[in-house]
Design a protein around this ligand. Structure first.
Ligand code: GAR
Length: 215
């Protein structure tokens, strides 16, 4: 199922952004929307599971609707039920995980089938999980990058929307590599949201296929 194209023509596609930290991917999306790069897309709500997340403070400064549901010490299913209710109350069409560092329950994922995107700082399926850039650097890869994918019940696993790559330089350390991957992440997330919000795609098995495209 793709995001409803008829709705895209009629109403804005409403994003619900989940973040736990810095929020640079969220800010890049917000900037793309402000610049008119994502026509018909708007941020409906920014939600964090961490009260002190800098990304959440930025959302508030920008006057965007926001909410905090502190996850620490709470049962996953109960916490995620609060998230679901909040996203539904804000009529969210597409959930974007932007550095949301908590696993989601199967119930949450089922509530938004093929409507949750995640960005991961590696070329999946390589280096899932935490500190992906460090993992890639330590493994000695020559090409690194990031992946935007739909979220399914397995960690960093769902259908891949797009990937961006960069060479690993002789001069790189894990820190510089992560910084250069982050630049690509910001471009990748906007591009992926544009594809998904446009609705011109199909999911065939594990493949994200743009309509009218042989790729
Ligand atoms: C980003 O590098 C993102 O890819 C990563 O967390 C960082 C969040 O940065 N996410 C994951 O590793 C998820 N598995 P940001 O808060 O500045 O967007």
């Amino acid at each position: 199922m793709s995001v409803d194209l008829a709705k895209a023509a009629r109403d804005p596609i409403r994003l619900g952004i989940l973040l736990s930290g810095r929020g640079s991917n969220f800010l890049a999306m917000a900037e793309s929307i402000r610049e008119g790069v994502l026509p018909g897309v708007q941020i409906a709500v920014v939600i964090s599971n961490v009260a002190e997340a800098p990304g959440l403070a930025k959302a508030r400064e920008m006057g965007l609707p926001s909410a905090v549901f502190v996850s620490q010490g709470r049962k996953r299913a109960e916490h995620d039920a609060d998230l679901t209710a909040c996203l539904q109350a804000h009529h969210v069409d597409l959930v974007c995980l932007a550095g949301y560092m908590r696993l989601l329950s199967p119930e949450f994922i089922a509530a938004f089938p093929n409507r949750i995107l995640n960005i991961h700082p590696s070329l999946l399926p390589a280096f899932p999980g935490l500190e992906a850039q460090q993992q890639a650097f330590e493994h000695g890869v020559k090409v690194a990058g990031c992946t935007v994918h739909f979220v399914d019940d397995h960690l960093d696993h769902g259908v891949i929307v797009l990937q961006r790559t960069i060479p690993v330089l002789e001069s790189d350390d894990a820190h510089s590599l992560a910084a250069r991957i982050l630049v690509e992440e910001h471009l990748a997330y906007t591009e992926a949201i544009a594809h998904v919000a446009g609705g011109e795609y199909e999911i065939r098995g594990r493949r994200f296929v743009k309509r009218n495209s042989s790729r």
